[in-house]
Design a protein around this ligand. Structure first.
Ligand code: URP
Ligand code: ZN
Ligand code: ZN
Ligand code: ZN
Length: 462
């Protein structure tokens, strides 16, 4: 099966070129079709006037994740189908170590959930919530099994939280075995105190979620994580960075040459505490941690994306339905399941940064695909349109427009955080390993097409 993608502008993290892309089987055969090749293609996709770029890589999703007394509602099937509709062809999801269980049994459990069910390729990170000698040893085995990124939490005491000493030990292990520690950097001990005070004073509505998790406590935890990484010599990746205080810490560390990386998410670039303050419990739709911030943080985050102090945009897709799930926290904001849907809209939303002059086309590709590929050990198999790479390709129409809505999205959740938002640009065609999974006539992929990706070590460091 061969496909010719003809007449488009092929984008990479370094520039763009007018070229025809030839796909043979699951891989890219050539960029610029060999002479006389045009007639041989089984299928021709007309990309005239469109961009042809590597499929998106979302390095932070939570499908069917047990959390907050319930579970996120996208399964590996529905979540990866939604991702494909939005031009994302790889997700890296989080396996979650429960306290008292081993990392390898956790990994088995997540393989059971995902294997045979994904519509696009997928990998795993490991959430480490129980640091002990056995866990530390098992980190090495996880790396051998293609999972070399370990998320830890300075937030959520009693759930995923690790002490500074536990984080230090895990970082020492990562220093020795080539793994990368990913950090949820919020000071959970201080936050829990603020939450208890708010509730005791009768402040129970959703906006209190943000008011009890001030940006200073993200900045403080980010600083502390960076110091622990420095002392241990381990690389550090800050997940879902939302606040200018945290960004300043990352930028300062990077300026000294420390291996500190960070991602942000579309919700922090486009939504704000005003959404959390919506009446009638509507704000519950926007409860995620770290919380949505004041709008003044947004230009700083866009700037961070330009300067590479923020290297990646992931979604932190963790959908809970408004009816029944978010409802758990009516009358007590601390019981609202933390997380927001978004896996379907990352490519489109970050493209708005191109439309608005915040990012170049190349940078759009870099932060949504090429850098995640390198950071998570998938390059050049993913993250680039080049001969030999997997044919994970997004044909994007920069002139089309769309309105985001729960009525039309494919995520298995009953609301859109971006309801009614008008966007320029739209996904035209999506290939996953050489198969057209989305085009103008609908969805042609399916459960089981996606394969597990055993990942290499962070390619910025190894
Ligand atoms: O609120 C969030 N972000 N939920 C998902 C879990 C996490 O901390 O990433
Ligand atoms: Zn987190
Ligand atoms: Zn800098
Ligand atoms: Zn997350």
């Amino acid at each position: 099966m061969s496909i010719l993608i003809k007449g488009g502008t092929v984008l990479s993290s370094t520039g763009s070129v007018r070229a025809d892309v030839v796909v043979e089987g699951e891989r890219i055969l050539a960029v610029t079709a060999p002479d006389g090749w045009a007639g041989q293609a089984d299928t021709v996709i007309d990309a005239t006037g469109k961009y042809v770029l590597p499929g998106g890589i979302d390095g932070h999703t939570h499908m069917e994740m047990p959390f907050g007394g319930t579970a996120s509602v996208d399964t590996f099937e529905t979540g990866t189908i939604a991702a494909a509709h939005g031009g994302t062809t790889t997700v890296v999801d989080f396996a979650v170590q429960a306290k008292g269980s081993s990392l390898l049994s956790t990994l088995d459990k997540w393989h059971e959930k995902a294997d045979g069910n994904c519509a696009i390729d997928y990998g795993f990170h490991m959430i480490v919530s129980d640091v002990n000698d056995g866990t530390l040893k098992e980190m090495d085995a996880c790396i051998d099994a293609g999972v070399n990124t370990f998320k830890m939490f300075m937030a959520y005491p009693g759930v995923f939280y690790s002490t500074d000493g536990e984080i230090l030990r895990a970082m020492q292990r990562a220093r020795g075995n080539g793994g990368t520690i990913m950090m949820h950097a919020e000071n959970g001990i201080a936050i829990d105190e603020l939450v208890a005070q708010a509730l005791s004073e009768g402040r129970t509505e959703p906006v209190q979620h943000a008011l009890t998790r001030p940006p200073e406590l993200e900045g403080e935890a980010t600083h502390r994580a960076i110091q622990l990484a420095k002392v241990t010599g381990a690389p550090l990746y800050i997940v879902h960075l939302s606040a200018m205080q945290a960004l300043a810490e990352v930028a300062a560390a990077r300026d000294t040459g420390q291996n500190v990386f960070a991602e942000t998410c579309p919700q922090y670039l486009f939504l704000s505490i005003e959404d959390l303050a919506k009446p009638e419990f509507e704000g519950a739709k926007f409860v995620a941690s770290p919380p949505l911030r004041d709008k003044e943080h947004q230009p700083k985050l866009w700037q961070g994306l330009r300067t590479n102090d923020l290297s990646v945009v992931s979604t932190d897709h963790c959908p809970f339905c408004f009816v029944e799930q978010k409802e758990l926290g009516r009358g007590d904001f601390s019981k609202i399941p933390n997380g927001m849907p978004g896996v379907e809209h990352r490519m489109d939303l970050i493209y708005q940064g191109v439309v608005g002059g915040e990012l170049s086309l190349s940078r759009w590709v870099e932060v949504t695909s090429t850098t995640p590929a390198r950071m998570f050990g998938l390059y050049p198999r993913k993250g680039v349109i080049a001969p030999g790479s997997d044919a994970d390709i997004l044909v994007y129409d920069p002139e089309a427009t769309q309105v985001l809505s729960a009525e039309t999205h494919h995520m298995n959740v009953d609301y859109s955080a971006y309801e009614g938002m008008r966007l320029k640009g739209r996904v035209d065609t999506v290939l996953s390993r050489g198969r057209v999974v989305v085009d103008g006539s609908g969805f042609h992929g399916g459960r089981g097409h996606g394969r597990f990706l055993s990942r290499e070590l962070n390619q910025y460091l190894n």
